[in-house]
Design a protein around this ligand. Structure first.
Ligand code: F0G
Length: 351
């Protein structure tokens, strides 16, 4: 088979990319769809993880960014901008670097994980630390793009980003031969649940899947505007990637929930961290905390009887664990000091 050359190459007919446009790609997509035996045993369901941290910049954002930056470059843009809790910035910075475009990212000061800041800087983007929340960054980025010669690559009203993110659903159906019963995932600014639902719909409309899954989205309890049906002025959660008080794609997420017969619920930071640890220690999948909220939601639903056994479930784990080394370290590294002595190490290990 031909080597993988990224999402535009693989799914061009489904994407709003002109025939004449040259793809800006880092060969994103084609991420592992990994069986999760421990989670399956715990829940009695057949659970699969869509491991989006395997994308080139370590999150699902690369799926939309290849399309957004391809089209920005084709349209002659010089500079792209975005607001971000960190992953969109890393992705925008990388694709802009690849395309030879300028890139500026607006992030909430003190609220972005270290790995994401490191990536953004090393891809050569201008990092603007805004005195405010993600929601403030998004407002400023939108106004900036409306009045200045810069191109917004946030998913808000950006068909490019959403259409690129639909490819995760295409890959799931292509791999399993059918849509799952349930697709669970984290929800922050609400673009991804919108896009993945649309992806399943497109495939079903084209006759490539016989059914659509129920979409189960999970927000962090301290940042759950869609659960409470109101803007959260001071969103709080350890899961910094989804610390969003006023999701831009609110209607899309509500539509995905209602049309799929699904749900959007909240999980506590304790539940998120428990799922995050379990993913690493029992499944061998190290993700950033926000990424575990879908799995946390499945475990909570299994515990209170809302997840009927026997179903096939796909859970997106959205970003790589290396993105957030501080949270990983603060959960305890517990190194055991030793001299460079085989005998001492053997004694320490009790072997
Ligand atoms: N998981 C991770 C790791 C994320 O970075 C995000 C969003 C989400 C889940 C939620 O996806 O916003 O489409 O509902 N991160 C955005 C960013 C806000 O700026 O990187 P969503």
């Amino acid at each position: 088979t031909a080597p993988w050359r990224g999402l535009i190459d693989a799914y061009r007919a489904w994407l709003p990319v002109a025939e004449t446009a040259t793809p800006v790609t880092l060969h994103e997509g084609n991420t592992p769809l990994l069986p999760a035996p421990h989670l399956s045993e715990l829940t009695g369901c057949d659970i699969w993880l869509k491991v989006e941290g395997a994308n080139p910049t370590g999150s699902f954002k690369d799926r939309g960014m290849t399309v957004a930056v391809t089209n920005a470059a084709a349209a002659g843009a010089k500079t792209v901008v975005c607001a971000s809790t960190g992953n969109t910035s890393a992705s925008a910075a990388a694709y802009a670097a690849r395309a030879g475009l300028g890139c500026a990212v607006l992030v909430p000061r003190g609220a972005v994980a270290a790995g994401k800041l490191a990536q953004t800087a090393r891809y050569g983007a201008t990092l603007v630390e805004v005195d405010g929340l993600f929601d403030d960054c998004l407002r400023v980025a939108r106004e900036l793009a409306a009045h200045h010669p810069v191109t917004l690559v946030n998913s808000v009203r950006n068909e490019d980003r959403l259409s690129g993110q639909r490819t995760a659903a295409f890959e799931v159906v292509d791999a399993l031969g059918e849509a799952p019963d349930i697709h669970a995932l984290p929800v922050g600014n609400a673009g991804n649940i919108t896009a993945i639902w649309q992806g399943y719909e497109r495939y079903a409309e084209a006759g490539l899947a016989a059914r659509r899954p129920r979409m189960w989205g999970f927000q962090a309890a301290g940042a759950a505007p869609l659960v409470h049906g109101t803007v959260i002025a001071e969103p709080r959660t350890i899961a910094s990637a989804i610390r969003v008080g006023d999701p831009a794609t609110r209607e899309g997420a509500v539509d995905a929930r209602d049309r799929s017969g699904g749900l959007i619920d909240a999980v506590t930071d304790e539940q998120i961290l428990a799922a995050w640890r379990l993913l690493g220690e029992r499944e061998g999948v190290f993700v950033e905390p926000a990424s575990a909220s879908g799995v946390a939601g499945l475990l909570a639903a299994a515990a209170d009887g809302r997840l009927d056994p026997g179903q096939r479930v796909v859970a997106t784990v959205t970003g790589n664990g290396l993105k957030d080394p501080e949270t990983a370290a603060s959960a305890g590294l517990d190194p055991v000091p030793s001299e460079a002595s085989t005998a001492q190490v053997a004694r320490l290990l009790g072997v």
